[in-house]
Ligand binder design. Structure first.
Ligand SMILES: NC(=O)c1ccc[n+]([C@@H]2O[C@H](COP(=O)([O-])OP(=O)(O)OC[C@H]3O[C@@H](n4cnc5c(N)ncnc54)[C@H](OP(=O)(O)O)[C@@H]3O)[C@@H](O)[C@H]2O)c1
Length: 334
């Protein structure tokens, strides 16, 4: 099969090379999946450069999210759970920029009937993160104002859709007006540009001076957001896309009775595994009821050689929703 193979740390993803390698052999409890679509992430860029917290041993194939078709079931995977031909999506620390992946069945789910392979490829990380942030951490209530930062990004779009599905009112904040249309299409009630200096006043105006009840922050805008948060507001720290970790003035938290909280979805598996099925059941129900509808950035990138272009677009902050690479396996044999 063909796969991107990294044999030493790269200067940039544009140095990634596609090679012919043996297809992985699934071991006990694993599925062999023919990958239809791989979800691209900013951390892929860091990983191939050796700058990510997780440094896989060489050689490795980057890529952490995928969707595809089960072609082999190994050992004692419950046959009522997965069988050859099933449409599934899943995640693994590495291996998704390839034509096939062998992955533990525990890290896979069936694709809801309402979603395409492309949509499912980017579901695994973003949607449960945003659901956990808004429901488990912020406990968003119908009618509340939710301010979503980086609202056109992967977790941001998911947060807009989930907040609307929960009956909240959404202010979508993005870094350029060119991303407003994407946010309107997800049901945002208002769009603002957080590169404009007076954006916190805009939030206050839009909420009749009250401020946002909930702030969803994957960027690193907590300090500024505290200027436009409501009494009893909840601010959820989701990430640091702007690149630095903030120091927060505690007096602002006190003044408005604010709760600043965090979400680390990947750590639920160690700390609160019982919440994981609860989150996925809620998301699958929302998908079946078409209350959430993952957004795929266009163009979709065809061929593993185009993964470098996909990652370049993410690095340049050009993208919205999830960026998808299709390995195109039509001519490939195991
Ligand atoms: N806590 C968790 O469990 C969890 C789970 C998943 C992801 N995350 C984190 O959440 C953050 C967003 O992830 P994502 O998948 O939504 O990423 P993404 O799709 O790449 O979106 C990130 C967005 O951040 C905005 N941004 C603001 N300042 C930026 C800067 N200086 N450089 C680059 N982008 C900037 C950009 O939107 P604008 O152009 O509109 O500003 C960009 O599109 C990341 O930090 C990620 O690590 C956390």
């Amino acid at each position: 099969m063909r796969a991107i193979v990294v044999k030493s740390w790269l200067k940039s993803p544009s140095d990634m090379e596609v090679r012919d390698v043996p297809a992985p052999i699934p071991t006990e409890g694993e599925l062999l999946v023919r990958i239809d679509s791989a979800g691209a992430n900013f951390f892929d860029i860091l990983m191939v450069q050796g700058k990510y917290q997780f440094k896989p041993p060489f050689p490795f194939t980057p890529g952490a999210e995928f969707s595809g078709t089960v072609v082999r079931v190994a050992g004692s995977v419950n046959s009522t759970q997965f069988k050859v031909g099933d449409r599934i999506f899943g995640s693994n620390p590495t291996g998704a920029y390839a034509e096939y992946i062998a992955v533990p069945a525990l890290q896979c789910f069936h694709i809801p009937s309402t979603l395409s392979f492309e949509q499912a490829a980017g579901l695994y990380i973003t949607y449960p993160t945003s659901y956990a942030a808004l429901v488990l951490r912020a406990q968003v209530m119908p009618g509340e104002w939710v301010l979503v930062h980086a609202a056109a990004g992967g977790v941001g779009i998911a947060a807009v859709q989930i907040a609307k599905a929960l009956g909240a009112r959404v202010i979508a904040a993005v870094g350029s007006a060119s991303k407003f249309d994407v946010c309107w299409a997800q049901g945002a009630d208002h769009c603002i540009n957080y590169r404009e200096p007076d954006w916190t006043n805009k939030v206050l105006d839009l909420t009749d001076g009250m401020g946002a009840n909930v702030v969803f922050d994957p960027v690193g805008l907590v300090e500024k957001s505290l200027k436009c948060v409501a009494w009893n507001g909840r601010v959820v720290v989701v990430g640091f896309a702007a690149g630095s970790i903030e120091k927060i003035s505690a007096n602002r938290i006190l003044l408005k009775n604010v709760a600043v909280t965090g979400v680390h979805w990947g750590a639920y598996v160690l700390n609160e595994p019982e919440r994981i099925p609860e989150v996925w059941d809620a998301l699958f129900k929302m998908a079946e009821e078409r209350k959430i509808n993952p957004v795929v950035y266009t163009p979709v990138y065809h061929g593993l050689e185009s993964a470098k272009d996909a990652l370049k677009a993410i690095a340049n902050r050009e993208t919205y929703g999830k960026v998808v690479v299709k390995p195109s396996v039509l001519s490939s044999k195991l």
